[in-house]
Write a protein that binds this ligand. Structure first.
Ligand SMILES: Cc1cc2nc3c(=O)[nH]c(=O)nc-3n(C[C@H](O)[C@H](O)[C@H](O)COP(=O)(O)OP(=O)(O)OC[C@H]3O[C@@H](n4cnc5c(N)ncnc54)[C@H](O)[C@@H]3O)c2cc1C
Length: 508
């Protein structure tokens, strides 16, 4: 197959300097950076969907909204002017403006699902094979540099545990990633399995018209709540300050506060835990069993901490429209689920808000010089490049801060790297262990003591590995990376450049 792709390449492939996979918030942001910082580079974005937005386009469950603020989830270069927690529709409309204002639509090819990406050292090119969703036609591209902005999970295949008896259930089972379009839940009893950010979103939205919504969790999660506004931005707006200023000042204020909070989560976890649980207690009726349902077993911020605007989940509980059950499922039944405690929860609709199925690089079949590539055999360079994989960058954002903060740091780095290669005439670059790294111990991609959601744990065997030095780790530390990434020395011996036939540690 590799040979066949190589043979047909010259005849039928369209060539570009850079090919971006994905027109979500990362890919569109990447395109903006390319236009600004590398105006001579020609590029194409391919996306399997019929439009831009990624996550915000493919998810259709009731109430879908961000769980981090849009001042930092939005781009640094485009002011966010709405409430900090935004609906998918508001995020799509913001992205639409970014595309329009920066003339990015002409670079995007929708309905192009990338299936293969094969690197050939001989001509320093990637050959990309995609299939068109509209015509079914197979199309080929060649590119010098591949920029993977494909997100981190399968958009149409959420994770659902295989519970016994699921086929016996007579009602409807829906996963937030495959929301049944015509699902009417007015006056129905809904059971939501899970207690993460998605459950916290879907529960108040459905509780508005459902008869009752029950959240069933194996174990409690942390929530933060507050008003859906940022005081400083409201004050600045009242003072008539320009939106670009408000955006930047608000971003810096949020980042400053978050940094202090994350630091406290690691330095005094017990104190922060009690504060978070105390906030929940304040919002629920005095006799509510907070210790049973909202007292997590892990320290704060080891899993994503969902923000609940205006405490809407808790309001639903106080109003009797929603409730929480903490127990384990024994099996599904005709009427609902039987719990290990012996209680049966009846429902018309069961929503399995049980998480993602991670995928690595959009499930694309990668090969390097004819050899299939298994990313678990590679070591990550700062969570954005991989040993043995030339001319490729991968965007994986933050969990403890907004995703986009990291996608922009990577975008700036990629543009610097591309400009450097152009200036030096380098045809390819890949990170490689230096002499001082050779005996470095290697570990799984994520440090479980640092961040350990289940979907990451399930994917460890397919994720790249890491070392014990900062260069060889994928950190969650925006506050250090924001200074480190722009200062990365492109001539460091970690970067192995190829200038045609010759290979050098750093192109000069
Ligand atoms: C419900 C939900 C809420 C979230 N809320 C937040 C939040 O508030 N804050 C936060 O920081 N993060 C949040 N996240 C995480 C979120 O996914 C990211 O922050 C961000 O949207 C990811 O953007 P992206 O562009 O990198 O990837 P995605 O949004 O996943 O977009 C990737 C794009 O690549 C395309 N693609 C993938 N594979 C291929 C292929 N093989 N060929 C062609 N195209 C391909 C997809 O079609 C998609 O359009 C949330 C996630 C979910 C699911």
């Amino acid at each position: 197959m590799v040979k066949q792709m190589e043979e047909t390449r010259a005849a039928s492939a369209e060539h570009c300097d850079v090919l971006i996979v994905g027109a979500g918030i990362s890919g569109v942001g990447g395109a903006y950076f390319l236009r600004q910082q590398c105006p001579d580079i020609n590029f194409v974005i391919l996306d399997a969907e019929e439009t831009f937005g990624g996550t915000w386009w493919t998810h259709r469950f009731p109430g879908i909204r961000s769980d981090s603020d849009l001042y930092t989830f939005g781009y640094s270069f485009k002011p966010w002017v709405g409430p900090p927690i935004a609906t998918a529709e508001e995020i799509l409309s913001y992205m639409d403006e970014v595309i329009e204002e920066n003339d990015l639509a002409r670079y995007i090819r929708y309905r192009h699902k990338v299936l293969k990406a094969h690197w050939s050292e001989e001509d320093s090119l990637w050959t990309i094979m995609a299939v068109r969703g509209d015509t079914g036609e197979t199309v080929r591209f060649t590119c010098c540099f591949l920029w993977m902005c494909q997100g981190y999970y399968r958009h149409y295949e959420g994770y659902t545990p295989d519970w016994q008896g699921m086929d016996d259930f007579k009602g409807v089972i829906g996963h937030p990633e495959n929301w049944p379009e015509d699902l009417n839940y007015d006056g129905k009893n809904v059971l939501v399995i899970g207690s993460g950010a998605t459950a916290a979103t879907v529960i108040p939205a459905m509780a508005a018209t459902a008869a009752h919504v029950t959240m069933l969790q194996r174990s409690p999660t942390y929530f933060r709540s507050g008003r859906n506004e940022i005081e400083i931005s409201e004050t600045l707006r009242e003072l008539g300050i320009e939106e670009t200023w408000i955006h930047e000042i608000t971003r810096q204020k949020i980042l400053f506060d978050q940094s202090a909070f994350v630091e406290r989560c690691f330095e005094e976890p017990e104190k922060v835990k009690q504060e978070l649980i105390g906030q929940v207690r304040e919002q629920l009726d005095p006799d509510y069993d907070v210790d049973k349902h909202f007292n997590p077993a892990y320290p704060p911020w080891r899993q994503r901490l969902a923000f609940v605007p205006d405490g809407d989940v808790f309001q639903g509980i106080n109003a009797g429209k929603a409730s929480v059950v903490t127990d384990h499922i024994d099996r599904f039944t005709e009427k609902g689920v039987l719990l290990q405690s012996g209680q049966e929860l009846e429902a018309d609709i069961i929503v399995t808000a049980t998480g993602f199925n991670m995928n690595i690089m959009g499930d694309i079949d990668f090969a390097i010089n004819g050899k299939p590539l298994n990313f678990h055999d590679t070591i990550t360079y700062r969570g954005m490049m991989f040993t043995g994989v030339p001319n490729m960058a991968w965007v994986f954002g933050y969990f403890r801060a907004s995703w986009t903060l990291r996608s922009e740091l990577i975008a700036d780095f990629v543009c610097r790297l591309l400009n450097h290669m152009k200036k030096t005439g380098a045809k390819s670059v890949e990170p490689a262990l230096r002499a001082q790294d050779k005996d470095m111990p290697l570990f799984d991609w994520i440090d479980e003591d640092d961040f350990n959601p289940n979907y990451l744990k399930r994917a460890i065997s397919i994720l790249p590995r890491r070392g014990d030095k900062r260069e060889w780790r994928h950190t969650q530390d925006y506050w250090r990376e924001k200074n480190e990434f722009p200062a990365i020395d492109l001539e460091d011996e970690v970067f192995v450049y190829r200038l045609g036939a010759r290979s050098t540690a750093a192109a000069d």
